[in-house]
Write a protein of this length. Structure first.
Length: 307
């Protein structure tokens, strides 16, 4: 039992009372662990863990009593998310429907310990037996895992995953050291647009290219016309999709342009190419949209002034 619970237990013995309070119409639960008649539009939450923090729809509601219970009153029927948090147990959230009939809700908590992750890269996603438990974004963060021996898989975008056997003990800390290896560089590109018209008519003014990378890499996008480079952009690409947009900068004429994408991670270099047609078609979409807006606001103003 933690120091916090020992202190509360001593206070309870001295005062001979239970003082759990919740403000959703704040109520005092004095049932001393016994299941009594539950008021209408109320839920008696039973965690079996004393002094656990309770949240209703992400708003702090109070703590369970010495018996691990808390009575919550609501004003009307509806769905609510109940979240239980405690330093020595896994956080848990349940969605419940509140109606006129009072309900008894048993929410068992799972004992947990903390894991410290020393890694050569962050963020690190943590999975236990295939289930996602959270993400560690820096060396200063810790993650709670259920007590016991587990095969824990650690993943970081752009790197090969690592699986280790880890023993977690309740109320204690464990640590792992990870040395991730980068994935082999892969590059693919695609665009849903084969042509565009950068003439500021609000229709297909920009050309978009999706660039897929398997790992972190430096990406160079060159746009050429008749083997002459007219535009270049260099950026740091991240694993998964990266979006490149071109507004026609550097282009002096309509026609077909060659787009060359080069990705390099210091070890490998991959080049992919595609083509895009630049034309000067005008759709008058801008004029139509502006005219429609003016007519709409004019109609609204007319009825407002008419009243």
């Amino acid at each position: 039992m933690t120091f916090k619970r020992l202190g509360f237990l001593l206070l309870l013995i001295l005062s001979v009372s239970s003082f759990s309070i919740v403000n959703w119409s704040i109520n005092i639960n004095l049932n001393f662990g016994a299941l009594q008649n539950i008021p209408d539009y109320s839920i008696l939450i039973d965690t079996g863990v004393s002094f656990a923090d309770v949240y209703i729809d992400d708003v702090y509601a109070g703590q369970t009593d010495i018996f691990g219970q808390l009575l919550v009153n609501f004003d009307a029927s509806g769905y609510h998310t109940i979240t239980i948090k405690d330093e020595d147990y896994l956080n848990i959230s349940v969605l419940v429907f509140v109606d006129k009939t009072g309900k008894y809700l048993k929410i068992p908590l799972v004992e947990a310990g903390k894991l410290v992750v020393f890694s050569n890269t962050y963020p690190v996603n943590v999975y236990v037996n295939g289930y996602y438990y959270g993400t560690i974004r820096s060396i200063d963060e810790e993650i709670k895992l259920p007590e016991g021996e587990h095969f824990v898989t650690f993943e970081s975008p752009g790197y090969n995953p690592i699986t280790k056997k880890v023993y977690i003990k309740s109320e204690e800390k464990s640590a792992v050291n990870l040395n991730f290896e980068k994935l082999k560089l892969e590059l693919n590109i695609r665009s849903k647009m084969s042509e565009f018209s950068p003439n500021n008519d609000w229709y297909m003014d920009r050309w978009e290219l999706e660039i897929y990378l398997s790992t972190y890499a430096t990406v160079t996008v060159d746009i050429l016309k008749d083997d002459i480079k007219i535009f270049e952009k260099v950026f740091s690409g991240k694993p998964n999709l990266n979006l490149f947009t071109w507004d026609g900068s550097g282009a002096s004429e309509v026609g077909e342009y060659l787009v060359k994408v080069i990705a390099t991670d210091g070890n490998d270099e991959i080049i992919k190419e595609t083509k895009v047609l630049l034309d000067d078609k005008y759709t008058y979409l801008k004029e139509i949209a502006i005219t429609s807006l003016i007519m709409m606001f004019g109609t609204i103003l007319y009825f407002v002034l008419k009243k």
